[in-house]
Design a protein around this ligand. Structure first.
Ligand SMILES: NC(=O)c1ccc[n+]([C@@H]2O[C@H](COP(=O)([O-])OP(=O)(O)OC[C@H]3O[C@@H](n4cnc5c(N)ncnc54)[C@H](OP(=O)(O)O)[C@@H]3O)[C@@H](O)[C@H]2O)c1
Length: 307
């Protein structure tokens, strides 16, 4: 099934317009989270190669520095910077945002890429289930706290959130931290990725007058360190049929480069085109009505966390 899906989706590239990617974004500031590996690394490199000033947000200094040097070397762009932040911690995100905000630079592109599948139930030091903490709360907190800098780049600002086709299997639920006794990391990941899609839709509505575009996307199934670690059987079974990280990052870069008039704020994208948010007959579409109560919960988690 997945193999067929990949073959079909590779067909999409036949419709790609090479000129869509031949755009310089020199002078634009882009933040990419989880930029030291996999799809985030490829996105940061792709943006840097087109002249952007790139801020790589990574949790580990050594891995971040190694990735930064690689990108500077491969692109010849010296304007690539490292910011250290563990996105599973709201208090670290708050410190990072306040540090970063003191630079007072407009943020043209925020790529919420950092994400994971943790198969065991792990609780962060702030008391949150780990998948939720990074994939949902981290994405929410980073975006909300970057809004003033994104507004400075209006009307060209955009937030690109890397979701997953895995979200098709999950309706939106207010059970954000997977309260079932038997923890299922893959199911929790799918729920998290559904929240990202619904949140993107909500942000587009809430902030439609701020000149910021919000897009979620599916990168396709790509062979990355994260997939090898969290889904070893899947990775092994499909090895050679998965995308490269660069192929996974393609639509992220495309969304960052296109004139905004070409894009639909709140949309979910796959292979440089808007894709449906719900599968036919899947009965997930009604569930998006729950997003208001989810936003209230996330907002109170953000407000109540200490720096
Ligand atoms: N690969 C796929 O097939 C696929 C398919 C659909 C969606 N996605 C989505 O694409 C995104 C990237 O996935 P990937 O496959 O490239 O994963 P990856 O190889 O595991 O890379 C994930 C990146 O996120 C970082 N990260 C994880 N937790 C973090 C934290 N607490 N704080 C800061 N950074 C953190 C990782 O840093 P470390 O190196 O320090 O761990 C790494 O740089 C994710 O959102 C994923 O859900 C991937």
């Amino acid at each position: 099934m997945l193999r067929k899906l990949e073959m079909r989706t590779r067909e999409h590239s036949k419709n790609f317009q090479p000129e869509d990617m031949q755009i310089s974004i020199k002078g634009k500031n882009c933040i990419v989270t989880g930029a030291n590996a996999g799809i985030g690394f490829a996105a940061a490199e792709g943006l840097a190669s087109r002249g952007a000033t790139v801020y790589m947000v990574c949790r580990n200094k050594e891995r971040g520095e190694a990735a930064l040097s690689k990108i500077q070397l491969s692109t010849g762009n010296p304007n690539v910077h490292l910011e250290i932040c563990d996105l599973s911690s709201v208090s670290e995100i708050k410190s990072f945002s306040s540090r970063f905000s003191s630079k007072d630079v407009p943020v043209h592109v925020l790529v919420n890429n950092a994400g994971l599948i943790e198969n065991k139930r792990v609780t962060t030091s702030e008391g949150f289930e780990l998948n939720f903490a990074v994939n949902v709360l981290g994405t929410y907190a980073t975006t909300e706290l970057m809004l003033p800098l994104l507004e400075k780049a209006a009307p060209d600002a955009r937030v690109i959130t890397v979701s997953s086709g895995g979200m098709y299997t999950a309706p939106l639920t207010t059970d954000l931290q997977f309260s079932d006794e038997k923890f299922d990391g893959v199911a929790q990941y799918a729920r998290n990725k559904r929240v990202q899609v619904a949140l993107t839709e909500k942000w587009a509505e809430m902030y439609k007058n701020k000149g910021i575009g919000f897009y979620s996307m599916h990168p396709g199934w790509a062979e990355t360190p994260g997939v090898a670690k969290s889904l070893p059987d899947f990775n092994q079974r499909l090895s050679g049929n998965l995308r490269t990280s660069e192929e996974g990052a393609d639509t992220i870069i495309w969304l960052a480069l296109q004139p905004k008039e070409k894009l639909v704020s709140g949309g979910f994208y796959f292979d440089r085109a808007e894709a449906p948010k719900h599968l036919k007959f899947a009965a997930t579409s009604q569930s998006h009505a729950k997003i208001d109560s989810i936003v209230d919960t996330l907002r109170s988690m953000l407000v109540s966390s200490k720096v």
